[in-house]
Design a protein around this ligand. Structure first.
Ligand SMILES: Nc1nc2c(ncn2[C@@H]2O[C@H](COP(=O)(O)OP(=O)(O)OP(=O)(O)O)[C@@H](O)[C@H]2O)c(=O)[nH]1
Length: 632
């Protein structure tokens, strides 16, 4: 304790006598603390106080196994219980006896003792289980950890009754008495010659985060466990309605100090059983308690979980995960669902692998936290099944395991897990691991978005290329394939025909006296007429024929699989089709005709030769009076 607190404690002591083990009990405590004390010495000392001696024999009989030979003498009691346990008994019996009631209205003496004894029992159980210190010492420390409150109620009964109604008790105590109950406890333990560590722990038992112990060191761990014992005692001694408000925080605390829910239930049940025996012994009232597992699973706990804080650390702005939580322990599901939702994530739950797989059909999360050991389908099998579906490959999976052996971890990674979390899950570690998973999920999603965007660009590009290509190969006025297309197509048809030894025809079609149309009616009507002739040619063509506009009023028609004879018949049909249909444009009726030069591939060695021949024949058709077809 600091010098100032020391002085405050000295000043406080001057106001009246503090609770203390009296007479024989005090001597027992002092004697028991010495290394050379014998059982005989302790037994003789206890024997000098008949009431205490009677109680100690009674206690020893109650605490030893039923059915064994009853303990009749103090010496037997000390031998069986051990000197340290007898010291605890002497101290508790003497303090409880002297302060079962008191003058401070509003100070619940019964509840105070129930809580103190329960903290002692819990500390003893937990310290033994977690192997961080001497269990008997932990009992004593737990029992006395709030003795400062009894001291305040004893020294200032009227004033303390008023202070007890305050929301923040330690602050109100400071305001009223210049010292708080934790500081008084530390002072009293110092006065009773208790180890310095006891004093430090009692100072910070209610607020371990304010202590100067270094995280991870043995004393820090002991303080955390004592704080946990204090909270566990609060749960065990609270009224039912209050109890369910306290349980969620106790569970969270358990995960922080490394006690998983199975161990918590085991310790809780032992504490409840032990408390029942102690309360009967000391004549203290404790409320009836259900089995611990029932408390953790109670529905009424769910709403209280909402009072919990979010996981430590902040989320990247605007990035929240869709998480699926898979665990067969309902309390764990509830606790982590609440914590994760408080941190901004959206959480769904499943109680085993099979249920999780079913839920994936409905909605796909970005991250899964799955326990390993579960009934029906365990975490590993679930992982394997999950990875079989390519749609679920991107889900980031954490496997929660109590065993960190290399083989187990390799098995988890081989089944498809991305990472693992050790059981019990430490919220700080979970928060850090989640942030790193978030970064990966975020990166994956950004990549996926880039990929989708690229694909969209590529699709758009392909489409516009196709459009450009179509434009490049189409005549804008008539919508027919243009010269470029016509020439390429003629090459293709030529190659096919030559390879297959088949004929192919080509005709040049030119509108007669078209200049006159333009001159007499204007270019606009000329254009209209060109479009209608193009349409007429197309209508008269067969499906496999290719009609294109070479430019101006000149067209080319390619007729695959046609020799000159068939081509001629066809050319004539075309010519007559145009001649037979007067063209209606801008309210005028024009009678147009075409001249055709026809050729085929027979006896020619290239498309150029073919085109040249068709051209020559077209000129011949013009020369011979137009509106006719020339074939040779
Ligand atoms: N309206 C319009 N006229 C065009 C187009 N392309 C070419 N022409 C016209 O078509 C006419 C072709 O005339 P010429 O080559 O002298 O031949 P023609 O008058 O048809 O006479 P012959 O071919 O000898 O029967 C010219 O007046 C061109 O201006 C076009 O896209 N639209």
């Amino acid at each position: 304790m600091s010098k100032v607190v020391d002085q405050q404690f000295e000043a406080f002591k001057a106001h009246g006598s503090l609770p203390s083990p009296r007479g024989v009990a005090l001597q027992i405590i002092q004697l028991a603390d010495r290394d050379d004390t014998t059982i005989g010495q302790i037994a003789r000392l206890i024997g000098s106080d008949p009431a205490l001696a009677g109680n100690i024999v009674k206690v020893a009989n109650l605490l030893t196994h039923r059915g064994s030979r009853p303990i009749a003498s103090v010496a037997d009691a000390v031998t069986i219980q051990g000197i340290k346990s007898v010291r605890q008994l002497a101290l508790s019996l003497s303090l409880v006896d002297a302060h079962r009631h008191g003058a401070c209205a509003g100070f619940d003496y019964q509840k105070f003792w129930a809580h103190s004894v329960c903290t002692g029992i819990a500390a003893q159980q937990i310290v033994a289980k977690m192997q961080v210190g001497v269990a008997d010492e932990a009992f004593l420390l737990g029992l006395l950890s709030k003795i400062g409150r009894l001291a305040l109620a004893t020294v200032f009964p009227a004033e303390y009754a008023r202070v007890l109604t305050a929301d923040n008790l330690t602050e109100a105590e400071h305001a009223a008495f210049g010292i708080d109950h934790n500081q008084i406890t530390a002072g009293m333990l110092a006065d009773w010659g208790m180890p310095k560590l006891f004093q430090e722990i009692s100072l910070y038992i209610e607020r371990p985060e304010a202590s100067e112990f270094h995280e991870g060191e043995r004393n820090w761990r002991l303080l955390q466990l004592m704080h946990f014992s204090d909270r566990l005692a609060a749960v065990c001694t609270a009224e039912a309605s209050e109890r369910y408000r306290l349980i969620p925080r106790l569970m969270l605390l358990a995960t922080r100090v490394g006690i998983e829910s199975g161990t918590l239930i085991e310790i809780g049940d032992r504490v409840i059983a032990s408390l029942r025996e102690w309360s009967a012994l000391l004549g203290i009232f404790v409320p009836a308690l259900p089995p611990f597992e029932e408390m953790l699973n109670a529905d009424s706990m769910a709403s209280e979980l909402l009072g919990l804080d979010a996981l430590p650390g902040s989320l990247p702005v605007g990035f929240k995960l869709r998480i699926l939580l898979v665990d067969d322990d309902r309390a764990i599901r509830l606790l982590y669902k609440t914590l994760l939702e408080k941190s901004g994530h959206t959480v769904t739950t499943a109680c085993n692998g099979r249920e999780a797989l079913e839920s994936l059909q409905a909605s796909v999360p970005q991250l899964i936290i799955s326990d390993w050991m579960m009934p029906e389908m365990d975490g590993i099998e679930f992982c394997r099944e999950l990875r079989k579906n390519p749609e679920w490959h991107k889900i980031y999976v954490f496997i929660v395991t109590a065993q960190e052996s290399t083989d187990r971890l390799i098995e988890a990674f081989e089944a498809g897990a991305n990472d693992y979390l050790s059981k019990p899950i430490n919220p700080k570690v979970l928060a850090a691991r989640l942030r790193s998973a978030q970064r990966i999920v975020q990166m994956q999603e950004a990549q996926e978005e880039d990929r989708l965007q690229l694909r969209q660009f590529a699709d758009e590009l392909a489409l516009s290329n196709k459009r450009l290509q179509t434009l490049a190969l189409t005549d804008a006025l008539t919508g027919l394939p243009n010269r470029r297309y016509g020439m390429e197509r003629l090459e293709q048809e030529w190659a096919i025909a030559m390879r297959a030894g088949r004929p192919v025809c080509c005709m040049m079609v030119d509108i007669d006296h078209f200049k006159a149309v333009n001159d007499n009616y204007g270019h606009q009507l000329g254009d209209e007429a060109l479009k209608l002739v193009a349409l007429s040619l197309q209508q008269a063509a067969r499906k496999q024929d290719v009609v294109c506009r070479l430019g101006g009023e000149e067209f080319m028609v390619i007729c695959p699989d046609s020799d000159l004879r068939a081509g001629y018949t066809y050319a004539e049909r075309l010519r007559q089709h145009v001649a037979a249909q007067p063209i209606q444009a801008q309210g005028k009726s024009l009678q147009l005709t075409v001249s055709i030069g026809l050729t085929d591939n027979a006896n020619l060695d290239s498309t150029e030769a073919m085109l040249h021949q068709a051209d020559t024949r077209l000129y011949a058709a013009k020369a011979s009076g137009r509106n006719c077809t020339v074939v040779g």
